[in-house]
Design a protein around this ligand. Structure first.
Ligand SMILES: Nc1ncnc2c1ncn2[C@@H]1O[C@H](COP(=O)(O)OP(=O)(O)OP(=O)(O)O)[C@@H](O)[C@H]1O
Length: 644
């Protein structure tokens, strides 16, 4: 599976969600992962030292468990009723009592040590898996995240990884401890009577087969349960985020959202019950068989006795006692086997994500960015298509070529959906060109180290992302070691310092989820200050002012002018006034650059640009959210007025 994840748009409506969940529950199959067991086993390798100690402790405790009955025997034969009579031997009894006490303390202490080791191994394994998954997902391309719901990704990271933790722990202790007991019991049974051992164990293969079948069913239910959990996480994440709540409230859809949640919750409950009950019938069958085995043993004993086989009453009683003691560890092993089978479904889901290959990967021996040519950006006959576009659809970008020299400003204008933002996305290699070459500082971006490439590019888009942290923390995202003075300086240049200073908590103001505590213009200017702290050679402005009103736009434009000074700027704009002074304006339509030139040249030519420009002059509202404004031009050029 490459790059494709269980995706899908947000499910709408309670009944559809119910249908989907029920459908999935009916045919949930764990993903098929080659070498699954081998890969699970490999995870234990780094912990083999700790596991060996844990196994040794389990074995020691198993060995010590034979001592209490022996001490009891000694308490009777030496303490209470010593050979030769003469009444109880109190000192001997006291010695045995002390030994029993020490033994109880020792076995419990060993038990605690062993639990602590297995808990450490189990949780560390789980932690490793979580980090591996997180790091792997960080490497995935943007396309993966546009296709997959955030909640679904979160769920794999939390619910699926969390779900395997208990199995990882019980695997170590239960398997070792119970196997030792089972082997010891079978040896004891064989020593007593091999014929009766056959009777006691004849049904075991049948139980193992049934257990495997039950395990498969449980694995399917576990897959469906995890799918449903991920639906729940996705709904929670979508509906209880600020954007989701705003959407629900503004459309009065809270009731529908609750119903959507209730529906998936019902599915989850039903699946949890099915999962809890799925093994019960099997274990009832095991108990019944174990209860019936002694009857079989008596029957076969009678037959053996009539056949002349030597069999004492003591042997038969001892045999049934051992056989009865076998049931507990055997059931324990079967439980673990069932749990392992169930969690293999979860492991498969985790490995499925770990096996996703990012569509864009760094090249081995990637080159460093040529510092002497920083600021040079070029597209050479670039054709691009989004991976989820229809195969016969026209390319999103079709044979796009342009060059931007260091310090120049290139603007991209054109109708909505023309492909302007896509051009911006290709510069930092967020997407890969299908044909042609994107060059940065003279090199094909595919030959460059991706981390170094983005180091030199700053992006300010309309959809500013601030994390739920303080303003200072958001700013330091760009430069973790920036001093307070540097923050203030960047904010002054971005014309936002005075606003921040006026907040009661100043730079320690928490911006809230996605920065909702701030106005659009404030957020935007903080984002610009953040980019200035990063100090990139190339600035990509993607509709950076289009969501703002005229006053906010003026402020942001001033900040952008300051940010643009001395840098290469690639500006995407709906409002043509904001890019009037660009060195070159590229007119994009239908994924192609259909015209280019300075503002004056394009106006003189009377093409699409001239038409768009005159439309915006007569109806500035069409150009975006902002009305006519005294927006200053880019790159520090002052006084460029809106055409209105
Ligand atoms: N992640 C994506 N997956 C598939 N198609 C996409 C994706 N992003 C954009 N598109 C499509 O690619 C085309 C170009 O989109 P793009 O965002 O580049 O246009 P734009 O010129 O920036 O538009 P606008 O001015 O409205 O922002 C559109 O038809 C859009 O539907």
């Amino acid at each position: 599976m490459t790059g494709g994840a269980p995706a899908g748009g947000p499910a709408r409506g309670g009944s559809r969600m119910r249908d989907e969940s029920a459908q999935r529950a009916a045919n949930a199959e764990a993903p098929r992962i080659p070498n699954l067991w081998h890969r699970i086993g490999a995870m234990f390798v780094p912990y083999r030292g700790l596991i060996s100690i844990a196994v040794a402790l389990v074995l020691v405790n198993a060995g010590l468990s034979v001592l209490p009955p022996l001490l009891t025997q000694q308490a009777f034969d030496r303490g209470l009723f010593p050979v030769g009579g003469g009444g109880p031997d109190v000192p001997a009894l006291a010695r045995i009592l002390v030994m029993m006490f020490v033994l109880a303390i020792a076995t419990n202490a060993i038990g605690i040590a062993q639990s602590s080791l297995t808990a450490r191994v189990g949780n560390s394994l789980m932690g490793d898996l979580r980090v591996r998954l997180f790091e792997h997902l960080q490497r995935m391309d943007i396309g993966f995240f546009t296709r997959t719901k955030t909640g679904v990704i979160q769920s794999r990271l939390q619910n699926d990884v969390g779900g395997v933790a208990s199995t990882l722990q019980s695997m170590i202790t239960s398997v070792v401890g119970n196997t030792v007991t089972v082997i010891a019991s079978i040896v004891a049974m064989l020593l007593l009577s091999w014929q009766l051992t056959i009777v006691a164990l004849v049904l075991m293969p049948v139980l193992v087969l049934v257990q495997r079948r039950v395990g498969q069913v449980r694995a399917r239910i576990a897959t469906a349960t995890q799918e449903s959990l991920s639906d729940m996480t996705a709904i929670t994440q979508e509906s209880l985020g600020v954007s989701g709540i705003l959407l629900a409230k503004s459309f009065g859809r809270q009731q529908a959202e609750s119903e959507r949640f209730r529906a998936v919750n019902r599915t989850q409950i039903a699946l949890q019950i099915r999962q809890a009950m799925s093994g019960q019938g099997f274990f009832a069958l095991v108990s019944i068989i174990f209860a019936l085995v002694p009857v079989g043993i008596y029957g076969v004993s009678a037959w053996l006795l009539t056949d002349g086989v030597e069999l004492t009453a003591g042997t038969i009683v001892a045999f049934t006692t051992v056989q009865a003691r076998l049931s507990m560890p055997l059931v324990g092993l079967m439980r673990v086997a069932l749990d392992v089978q169930t969690s293999s479904a979860l492991f498969a889901r985790i490995f499925e994500y770990l096996d996703l290959t990012p569509a864009i990967t760094p090249k081995a021996g990637a080159r460093a960015v040529d510092r002497d040519r920083l600021g040079d950006v070029a597209f050479e006959h670039v054709t691009f298509r989004y991976s989820d576009a229809a195969p016969d659809a026209a390319p999103t970008l079709d044979d796009v070529s342009f060059t931007v020299r260091p310090g120049e400003m290139a603007a991209f204008v054109g109708p909505s959906g023309a492909g302007k933002s896509t051009i911006a996305m290709l510069v930092p290699r967020f997407y890969e060109a299908e044909r042609g070459t994107v060059r940065f500082a003279g090199d094909d971006v595919r030959d460059l180290d991706p981390l170094e490439l983005v180091e030199h590019i700053g992006i300010v888009s309309q959809d500013t992302y601030l994390s739920h942290a303080t303003i200072a923390e958001n700013l330091r995202y760009a430069k973790p070691d920036a001093s307070d003075a540097e923050l203030a300086d960047a904010c002054r240049r971005a014309a936002i310092h005075d606003t921040i200073a006026a907040f009661p908590d100043g730079y320690d103001t928490v911006v809230g989820e996605r920065g909702y505590r701030l106005s659009g213009g404030e957020k935007q200017r903080i984002a610009i200050a953040r980019v200035m702290l990063k100090d990139p050679a190339v600035l990509v402005l993607d509709e950076a002012t289009s969501a703002l009103d005229s006053i906010a736009e003026r402020h942001v434009q001033q900040a952008l002018d300051a940010a643009a000074r001395g840098r290469t700027v690639i500006a995407i704009a709906h409002r043509l006034a904001t890019v009037r002074d660009a060195d070159v304006i590229h007119v994009v339509d239908g994924g192609r650059i259909i015209d280019r030139g300075t503002h004056d040249q394009l106006i003189a030519r009377g093409g699409v640009y001239a038409r768009l420009y005159s439309e915006q002059r007569s109806d500035p509202g069409r150009a975006g959210a902002g009305g006519p404004a005294g927006a200053t031009g880019p790159a520090g050029s002052a006084g460029t007025m809106d055409p209105g």
